[in-house]
Every structure is written in structure tokens, then in C-alpha cells.
Design a protein around this ligand. Structure first.
Ligand code: PFF
Length: 449
């Protein structure tokens, strides 16, 4: 067998897994969803969901990965040799990773363009209508977003082709803490803004009456996406965990960071939004329209704008590197190619998908399927169907197919950590997590109300 690497240090492991977890989901979605759905009450639900569902799913993925030391597809075969059909779950994960890369890279390309515009001072003296026109012209040009997107995809290829320790780990060790520092700096700056109280009120004021079944389900979907679960990332990264490392420590640290960074992001962004009397938004609208409008008016907005778009780019690339690695590990191991060749092939495939997604955003683009442009199609296909199904099958595999003793040995690192709570974690993996994901899935399909 080909020599396989592991992460070199505990810090590097947490930085790499944390880099994957902390992404656009934390920055542009969580604060808004929390604000709309009961503030601190939603945050409480989110924390419970993360601890009771996401952490057990992450531990399951890590176990499958570390035990097998293989890519997301081969891992299933290695853990359960007599059950080849389970490899399909790995393949589903690899396909999910490819599709997510398709649209995620487009957004990252937009972030790069906006980083350039922020540095060139282009937001200054722009009106909201001018900014909207500027964004639409950019997207409609077709070739400009395509070039940025391809540049972004190529950067992923370069990092991943350098290997686990010298590429992925080294990059994340610098960039993940940097993201945290930028957000912290922005949040501290927000404390000087008049809109702080309103922002805190919006993001935190608890309203338990808003918590319904649908809101809990939304918390589950957001937590899985945000913790990069259900698509083989944590199987692949898990295969690079060292045997003696505590999975509880890695999963616990990143779960806590995920929530903290999402809250910090709300504190960094919304005070500025409220200071200028604008109503809160989320997603592309928030970062590419609302915020440039604010940076144009705010003291220090030039520098903050540059830092913010760098942050957005950093959040995207540390996440997309983990997606790219899922595909590269598979291509290199299954087709016996060097990491460099596998990275090149992956970059080419992602480049094609991302180009199509970027072009599908032009107005009047024919790149649509059933009324949805490719970008939206990939987005909804992965988050509504592929990730929940992937997550469900992974916990079923870990809880019911994987040998009992193997799961225990992996999760507790051979009896070294968390042996006391292990029975509880196993029960979650076998019963609670599959039941809740199945419920989520049926609700999304509209089969349950
Ligand atoms: N976890 C990242 C976020 O919160 O934005 C995004 C992400 C990365 C989603 C990787 C899915 C994924 F496979």
C-alpha cells in the first residue's frame, strides 16, 4: 500500500478540522437565522443539536476514517469487508463534495473580486442602487466571475497537491487563527458603534415562542452544513488523525468554535448594519450588497472592507480545501495516481462545474434544470437531499454495521478517553441521531408536517 500521511500535531488537526467547519455558513447565515428564530432561544437549541447530533455524527465519521485509513469510499469496504454496497455511501459523499465545490467556488470567486474592489476603494461614494448595478454587471459579464472562480479552484489545487502536512495542515495553521483574529477585531470595533444594542437585541433576545418543530429542523440542517457533516469530509480528515489523539477533544473543540465564531460573526456584522439603519439580511445579499453599502459610509470602512472580504475568502478556502481533499484522496488512491496528478484532475473537474455554475448566474442563462439555475440546483440538491441522506447512512453504518468493538476502540482511542460517556454516545449514534435525521429528511420532502 502507498504510504499515507497523518496530521503532524494536535493544533494542526484542530486548525484543519476547524478550518473546514468555519465557513460562509457561520458568517452569513447563522446570525440571521438566530435573529429571526428566537435569538438566544435558537442559540440554545443549536448548541443542544450540535452536542447531541452533530458531535456524534462527527465521531462516527472520524471512526470510519481513522480505522480504515482510506478515502471516503474505500473506508466503508475496509471497515465492513463483506458489505460492498456501503461503498455507495462514500461515493455519494464524494459526489456531494464535487457539487458543493461547484457553487461554493463561485461565491469564493465573488469574494475575491470584492476584495479587489475593496482595496481599490470602489465602494466609496456609491449609492445602494449603484452597488447593486455594479454587482449585477459583474455577475452578468460571465467571464469576470469565471476567471476569479478558476483562480480560486487552482489555489485549492496547489494547497492540496502539497500534501496533508505540508499543504493542508500548514495552510490551516496560519489561516484559521487569522480568521478568528479578524472577526475578533471587527467585533471589538463594533463595540464603538451606536447600533450595538439593537444588534445584541436582534441576535440574542430570547423568544421561546418561536421555537417550533420546523425551527429545530432548521437548526439541525444548519448545524450539519456548518460542521461539514454528511459528505465524507470528516471520514477523509479522520483518516489523517493520529491513533492516540482524542476524537472527543477535536470534535468538542470544533463544535464549540463553530458556535462561538457564528455568534462572534453576528457581533462583528450586525452592529454596523443597525448603526446605519439598514435591516438585517443574510447570504449573498448581506455580504455583496448590504455590507459594501455600509463600508462606503463607515469610518475606517476602507480597511474594514478589505479585512472583511479577506475573511470571507479565507473562510471559503479553508472549507473548500477539505472538500477538495475528499475528491483528491479518492482519485489518487483508487486510480493509483500521484497526489499531484490527482489534484490536477480534480481541479479540472471542479473547474468545469464551477464555470457552469458561474455562467448559470448570468441573467437569461440557459443553464437551468427544471426552472432552477445550476448554482441553485447544486445548492438545494446537496443540502436538501444528499447531505441528510449521507449523514443518516453514516450513523446507521457506524451504529449498526461497524463491529461494536471497533467503534468503541476508535471513539475512545483504545480506552484512553471518554470511556465513561461512551455508552451514551453509542446510544445517540444508534438511535437518537438516525431517528432525528430521518425526521428532518421526511419533513423536508414534505412527507411530514
Ligand atoms: N462548514 C462550512 C460552512 O459553515 O460554511 C461549509 C461547508 C464546507 C459545507 C464543506 C459543506 C462542506 F462540505
Amino acid at each position: 500500500m502507498r504510504k499515507r500521511g497523518t496530521f503532524a500535531s494536535g493544533f494542526g488537526t484542530v486548525a484543519a478540522v476547524g478550518g473546514s467547519v468555519i465557513g460562509l455558513g457561520n458568517i452569513w447565515r447563522f446570525p440571521y437565522i438566530a435573529g429571526e428564530n428566537g435569538g438566544a432561544a435558537f442559540i440554545l437549541v443549536y448548541v443542544l443539536v450540535s452536542l447531541l447530533l452533530s458531535v456524534p455524527l462527527m465521531l462516527s465519521e472520524f471512526s470510519i476514517g481513522r480505522h480504515s485509513r482510506r478515502n471516503a469510499m474505500r473506508a466503508f469496504r475496509k471497515v465492513a469487508p463483506g458489505r460492498p454496497a456501503w461503498q455507495g455511501v462514500g461515493l455519494l459523499g464524494i459526489a456531494t463534495a464535487l457539487l458543493i465545490l461547484g457553487f461554493y467556488s463561485v461565491i469564493a470567486g465573488w469574494a475575491l473580486e470584492f476584495l479587489r474592489e475593496a482595496a481599490a476603494g470602489s465602494f466609496r461614494a456609491q449609492t445602494p442602487a449603484g452597488l447593486k448595478e455594479n454587482f449585477d454587471t459583474f455577475v452578468d459579464s460571465g467571464w469576470r466571475p469565471v476567471l476569479w472562480t478558476l483562480l480560486f479552484v487552482a489555489m485549492n489545487g496547489v494547497i492540496v497537491s502539497r500534501g496533508i502536512q505540508k499543504g493542508i495542515e500548514k495552510f490551516n495553521k496560519v489561516v484559521t487563527p487569522l480568521m478568528f483574529l479578524i472577526l475578533l477585531g471587527m467585533a471589538v470595533n463594533s463595540f464603538t458603534l451606536g447600533g450595538l444594542r439593537e444588534a445584541v437585541d436582534f441576535v440574542f433576545r430570547p423568544d421561546f415562542s418561536k421555537i417550533s418543530g420546523a425551527v429545530v429542523m432548521q437548526a439541525v440542517g444548519q448545524s450539519f452544513f456548518s460542521m461539514s457533516l454528511g459528505m465524507g469530509i470528516m471520514i477523509t480528515y479522520g483518516s489523517y488523525l493520529r491513533p492516540g489523539d482524542s476524537m472527543f477533544r477535536v470534535a468538542g473543540t470544533v463544535a464549540v468554535s463553530d458556535v462561538c465564531i457564528a455568534i462572534l460573526s453576528g457581533l462583528a456584522i450586525f452592529p454596523a448594519v443597525f448603526t446605519f439603519g439598514i435591516s438585517p439580511t443574510s447570504g449573498p445579499e448581506l455580504v455583496f450588497l448590504t455590507l459594501p453599502n455600509i463600508f462606503a459610509q463607515m469610518t475606517g470602512g476602507y480597511l474594514i472592507g478589505i479585512l472583511f472580504f479577506f475573511l470571507l475568502f479565507a473562510a471559503a478556502i479553508t472549507s473548500s480545501v477539505s472538500l477538495t481533499e475528499v475528491v483528491v484522496a479518492y482519485v489518487s488512491e483508487e486510480f493509483r495516481l500521484s497526489r499531484r496528478k490527482a489534484s490536477l484532475l480534480t481541479v479540472l473537474a471542479v473547474g468545469v462545474l464551477a464555470t457552469l455554475c458561474a455562467l448559470s448566474q448570468m441573467s437569461g442563462s440557459p443553464l437551468t434544470v427544471a426552472g432552477k439555475d445550476l448554482f441553485d440546483l447544486f445548492d438545494s440538491l446537496t443540502s436538501t437531499y444528499m447531505m441528510p441522506v449521507g449523514g443518516l447512512l453514516i450513523v446507521i453504518f457506524a451504529g449498526w454495521v461497524m463491529k461494536k468493538e471497533l467503534l468503541r476502540r476508535e471513539i475512545t482511542s483504545d480506552g484512553r478517553y471518554g470511556t465513561g460517556i461512551y455508552p451514551f454516545v453509542r446510544a445517540l449514534i444508534r438511535f437518537f441521531v438516525p431517528a432525528v435525521i430521518a425526521l428532518l429528511f421526511l419533513t423536508q420532502l414534505g412527507l411530514l408536517k
